[in-house]
Design a protein around this ligand. Structure first.
Ligand code: F0G
Length: 367
């Protein structure tokens, strides 16, 4: 137990109510006293130490999982959405729109519902995990399934929003308020560890999140709240890896539908984050992603397949001897495993059906 926690409990300190990330990190965010705060108390997600991954990686390296699945809608998107939605509401916008592989739309729908705004979401038909689709519908978004991939959806919503930005606000990560909110994950990691890690692993899709983390780490260091900058280690899925191969992919494929993106909007800022931090952007195959997905789940942490790309990246990089002894690695688990029940079920052995008879149950348990 951390010394501060022991001291707190000994002094009888009670748990306080987390107000959401805008209140907690207000001075770093583009809000004023007049901005109406649209919050579902997002942020303050657990940084879970992983002794299992540490023992696989070896060399006295510590490994932590930043579990963003613990946000209100089950993904890191809530960090950006609280800021983007607050700004939109404060500026008198009536509706928000986004393209999405599923998580952005779920989050936009939830925060729009909270703000009393209409959400319009465009998603690639047949390529969004069930949990995410059901969230968008339950939160009252107008869901449009487009015959085409994410990149096509993004082009359409950008065109729509450009026509009348004061009426319909684009809430994809090309909206700078999204990036501002998402950078708070880097602040939290520095606060939770007492220092920035040496390496930060994360999946890369549209490349907003790697951009946001890098902005957050730099900002925290610039105000003296951390002393070092981590290497940014981004991972794309092998058949959806435009940044790695160096050109857009027209028809991306991967089991990790959240990062099935062929032409990332924040491509340039992602490569800047890589180059300025001395990190890499590499790719991991679907089998590597699924192995990591099962591995972390077997040790109690259920994240969606795209999230597991960060862990697959850690394992790949450490197997190549890339991590020095004493390194501190953080992997962001971007979304909850419950988002994508279909992929989970495909990766399980079948359950066993039995009559309620103790002898029969024992026989199965023994076999
Ligand atoms: N992991 C998950 C679970 C995601 O949903 C996404 C992106 C990423 C990683 C990649 O983050 O785009 O900032 O590089 N999902 C977007 C969406 C595209 O529409 O939900 P990124």
């Amino acid at each position: 137990m951390a010394e501060s926690t022991k001291a707190g409990m000994a002094a009888g300190a009670r748990l306080t109510r987390w107000p959401g990330l805008i209140e907690h990190y207000r001075r770093f965010l583009p809000v004023t006293d007049k901005t109406p705060v649209v919050t579902l108390n997002e942020g303050n997600t657990p940084l879970i130490e992983s002794p299992d991954l540490a023992s696989r990686v070896g060399r006295n390296i510590k490994v932590y999982l930043k579990f963003e699945g613990a946000n209100p809608t089950g993904s890191f998107k809530d960090r950006g959405m609280t800021v983007a939605m607050s700004k939109a509401l404060g500026e008198g916008v009536r509706a928000v729109i986004c393209a999405s592989t599923g998580n952005t739309s779920a989050s936009a729908a939830a925060y729009a519902g909270r703000a009393g705004l209409q959400a319009y979401v465009l998603i690639p038909k047949g390529a969004v995990a069930l949990g995410k689709l059901s969230q968008s519908l339950m939160h009252g978004a107008r869901v449009v399934e487009v015959i085409g991939n994410f990149d096509i959806c993004l082009k359409v919503v950008r065109d729509v929003a450009e026509r009348d930005p004061l009426r319909i606000r684009l809430v994809n990560s090309v909206n700078p308020d999204r990036i501002a909110g998402q950078k708070t994950a880097a602040f939290e990691i520095c606060d939770q560890l007492g220092e920035a890690p040496t390496h930060h692993f994360l999946p890369v899709g549209n490349a907003g999140n790697i951009t946001a983390y890098w902005a957050g780490y730099r900002e925290y260091k610039s105000v003296g709240l951390s002393q070092r900058l981590p290497k940014m280690m981004g991972y794309q899925a092998a058949e959806s890896a435009p940044i790695v191969v160096g050109h857009p992919i027209d028809d991306p494929h991967t089991v990790a539908t959240a990062i099935k993106i062929g032409n990332p909007a924040s491509w340039t800022s992602a490569t800047s984050a890589r180059d300025e931090s001395g990190g890499i952007i590499d790719m991991v195959t679907d089998p590597e992603i699924l192995t990591a997905y099962r591995l972390i789940a077997a040790h109690g942490v259920f994240a969606e397949p795209a999230s597991a790309a960060s862990v697959a990246g850690l394992l790949k990089f450490s197997a190549s001897g890339g991590l020095k002894p004493g390194s501190i690695a953080v992997c962001t688990l971007t979304g909850h495993g419950l988002k994508d029940p279909d992929t989970a079920m495909k990766n399980l052995s079948n359950t066993i059906v039995v009559e309620p008879d103790i002898a029969k149950v024992l026989k199965i348990l023994d076999s």
